[in-house]
Ligand binder design. Structure first.
Ligand code: NAI
Ligand code: MG
Length: 487
């Protein structure tokens, strides 16, 4: 091992792969409808791959409109006959049980999440799985306290919720959707993303273990067409969607004129703003955490960096030095900072944007790290400096480890630039002065603004967007609202 104590040193770490012997994956997974795994009507299956190798992990049932019909019927039946009649306290008990079982099986879920989606095991273990359990714990607590959440109002469940989730936080997004829906007395048809269905299917096994009554949660796997069948089903009362703005708009069009409620959590192009009085090393760590960890597959990724002019050179130099130390590698290795890009098509999108950035005349920098030679989909942490507002890499969501930097002189300038985007999901501010934080956060048009930190989540805190980042809030007391009718 080289051991110069220099920030630029390329440390060589011994491999530290997570043990996967305790993981049991079936060769084939069916749909989870009415408490049972059932074969898809048309008998079709697709593959889910390990993006670190490009190799198949399992065959997954492709749900059709007929299967969605069965799932919605099961959810309606469970709602009418059982779940909506159960006492709130008992509903809460089931949700607590789910939370505890996730905790018990946390290691298994973490490994499967990293295998199926490519994210570093460190992230799955420290963030995805514990936060998923925390969401179930938190909403379990609300189940019998809805009268306190909304005093002097009478609340009732909406009915059957259709929930469609993406591939960047597979289990966590399932938890964000399921926990408040169940706590408020709804039943659910959930569709995981086609590249990352495994933890949702493992969750189905866990729901059986928790003795959740059949039909309360149904999990129908498939791609866009399966999602569209859920959206268009007439007996679904509410749609909750997280994913691309493009599909969000399609969903809104499809349900226009119906009575369906909807919440959409869509893309982002978050501004991370570093003022000259910020603690620079801490800010650099926050920038790295905001865009490079989890491969930039984060809707609230800090993908636009605004640095005050007087510290621009210093911040960029420190950032480049830090980028050189990041390890792109096996998602199951505990040393890995940046895992595999989730799919071939997402890698192609990212590579396309890197070419666009070069073509737009921005200055390009990539860390010199080696990439694994295991097959699979990889991208080095990438930085574009001297970008401008009109650049596509500044305006469009890339959803990869690609950061676009601009400098600024005044507050007014940076606020105008930061808000000049179609999106408004999140932002970050780094400064030593509390007064500056308040001044900035008041004017930033973003659902979440982090101050001197980034990408921090807690189930008690609402999350959601402005503008084309969607509407409705998930998390916290606010997250109960989309699943309730209030009188
Ligand atoms: P997507 O929006 O197509 O996929 C999200 C989910 O929607 C998946 O479960 C998918 O099967 C489903 N879906 C697709 N078409 C549908 C339709 N017509 N009706 C109902 N459901 C449908 O996102 P995709 O193609 O995986 O990623 C494309 C881009 O979207 C990414 O590059 C990224 O910029 C953005 N994205 C944003 C996410 C976020 O968390 N806000 C998450 C994933 C992607
Ligand atoms: Mg996969």
């Amino acid at each position: 091992m080289k051991s110069k104590l220099n920030f630029n040193t390329n440390w060589e770490y011994a491999e530290a792969p997570e043990n996967r012997d305790h993981i049991q994956l079936n060769k084939q997974y069916d749909l989870f409808i009415n408490g049972q795994f059932v074969a898809p009507t048309k008998g079709k299956y697709f593959n889910t791959l390990n993006p670190a190798t490009g190799k198949k992990l399992a065959s997954i049932a492709e749900g059709t409109a007929e299967d969605v019909e069965k799932a919605v019927q099961a959810a309606r039946h469970a709602y009418d006959k059982y779940w909506s009649k159960l006492s709130a306290k008992d509903r809460g008990k089931y949700i607590y049980r789910i939370a505890r079982l996730i905790q018990e099986r946390a290691r298994e879920f973490a490994v499967i999440e990293s295998l199926d989606g490519g994210k570093p095991i460190r992230e799955s273990k420290a963030v995805d799985i514990p936060l998923s359990a925390a969401h179930f714990f938190y909403y379990a607590g609300w189940a019998d306290k809805l009268d306190y959440a909304f005093p002097n109002r009478r609340s009732s469940p909406v009915g059957v919720a259709g929930q469609i989730i993406p591939w960047n936080f597979p289990l966590l997004m399932a938890a964000w959707k399921l926990a408040p829906a169940l706590a408020t007395g709804n039943t659910v048809v959930l569709k995981p993303a086609e590249t990352t269905p495994l933890t949702a299917l493992k969750l189905a096994e866990l729901l059986q273990e928790a003795d959740l009554p059949p039909g309360v949660v149904n999990i129908v796997t498939g791609a866009g067409a399966t999602g569209a069948a859920i959206v268009n089903h007439p007996d679904i009362d509410k749609i909750a969607f997280t994913g691309s703005t493009e599909v969000g708009k399609l969903i809104q069009n499809s349900i226009a004129g119906t009575n369906k409620k909807v919440t959409l959590e869509l893309g982002g192009k978050a501004a991370n703003i570093i003022l000259e009085d910020a603690t620079i090393d801490q800010a650099v760590e926050g920038i790295v955490n905001g865009i490079y960890f989890n491969q930039g597959h984060v809707c609230c990724a800090g993908s636009r960096l605004f640095v005050q002019e007087s510290i621009e050179d210093l911040v960029i130099q420190k950032l480049k030095d830090r980028m050189e130390t990041l390890i792109v590698g096996d998602p199951l290795d505990k040393n890995t900072d940046i895992g595999a890009i989730n799919s071939k098509s997402q890698l192609e999108t990212i590579e396309k944007y890197i070419e666009v950035g070069k073509g737009e005349g921005a200055q390009f920098f990539q860390s010199s790290c080696s990439l694994p030679s295991t097959g699979g989909y990889w991208c080095r942490p990438t930085l574009f400096t001297q970008t401008s507002q009109s650049h596509r890499i500044v305006q469009e969501e890339i959803f990869g480890p690609v950061l676009a930097v601009q400098s600024f002189r005044t507050f007014e300038e940076v606020l105008t630039k930061a808000n000049n985007t179609f999106y408004g999901l999140s932002a970050g501010v780094w400064t030593d002065k509390g007064s500056k934080i308040f001044k900035m956060t008041n004017k930033l048009r973003a659902g979440v603004v982090w101050a001197n930190t980034y990408n921090k989540f807690d189930p008690t805190s609402p999350f959601g967007g402005y503008k084309e980042s969607g509407f409705g809030r998930e998390g916290g007391l606010h997250g109960l609202l989309p699943y309730l009718n209030l009188n």
